[in-house]
Design a protein around this ligand. Structure first.
Ligand SMILES: Cc1cc2nc3c(=O)[nH]c(=O)nc-3n(C[C@H](O)[C@H](O)[C@H](O)COP(=O)(O)O)c2cc1C
Length: 173
């Protein structure tokens, strides 16, 4: 899919069919994630891949009962690796760069999913500690986004956006 068409096509989908995701598509998504830029090229993030029904249900419950999450055939949890980034960048690595690394990676995943005809949604509302326990992540591994992925079972109306002029800090500096 053309890149700008991919950007336009992506929208949050919260209802998925039961169709599983082909292994080849998951591999393409992971390859795309792996070429994302990162601070100092440290790639200070990890991804938990969740396909088991009971784990998905636990994840949905830790996301304040957003039950549609458990209906997606695949869930990716993006985790910032604070220690990895702090080794080189200290506090800034821990508080900012690893989160940015994981965020960029999650964005690559979403756009790749769209380009492959899949749908996704960014889930940011969750209890961090509960998610850490479910995926068995040690301290220093901070879950930052849950991305359920599957085939869309809905086609919602597009959400509105601000005018470009409103997102510019100053028209010209
Ligand atoms: C940081 C972040 C957190 C979000 N958290 C949630 C969430 O917990 N649950 C949810 O249903 N959607 C969540 N969303 C999706 C947004 O609601 C959605 O992206 C926004 O309304 C724009 O709609 P669109 O994605 O269809 O363009 C989140 C998006 C972002 C970027």
């Amino acid at each position: 899919m053309d890149f700008f068409k991919t950007l336009e096509e992506r929208q949050s989908i919260r209802s998925f069919t039961e169709q599983k995701i082909e292994k080849s598509k998951l591999e393409k998504i992971l390859k795309a994630i792996n070429i994302a830029p990162s601070a100092g090229n440290l790639q200070a993030f990890k991804i938990a891949i969740i396909e088991k029904k009971e784990t998905k249900e636990k994840i949905a419950s830790a996301a304040f009962g957003q039950n549609f999450i458990s209906k997606a055939p695949l869930i990716l949890v993006f985790i910032a690796d604070e220690k990895e980034s702090a080794k080189k960048y200290n506090q800034r690595g821990k508080e900012l760069y690893c989160i940015q690394d994981a965020t960029i990676a999650a964005t690559y995943a979403m756009l790749s999913a769209t380009a492959l005809g899949l749908a996704s949604v960014w889930i940011g509302a969750f209890n961090e500690e509960k998610i850490r326990k479910i995926i068995k992540a040690n301290e220093g591994l901070k879950p930052i986004a849950i991305i359920p992925i599957g085939y869309a079972a809905e086609k919602p109306k597009k959400t509105p956006r601000k005018n470009i002029s409103e997102i510019l800090f100053k028209k010209m500096i």
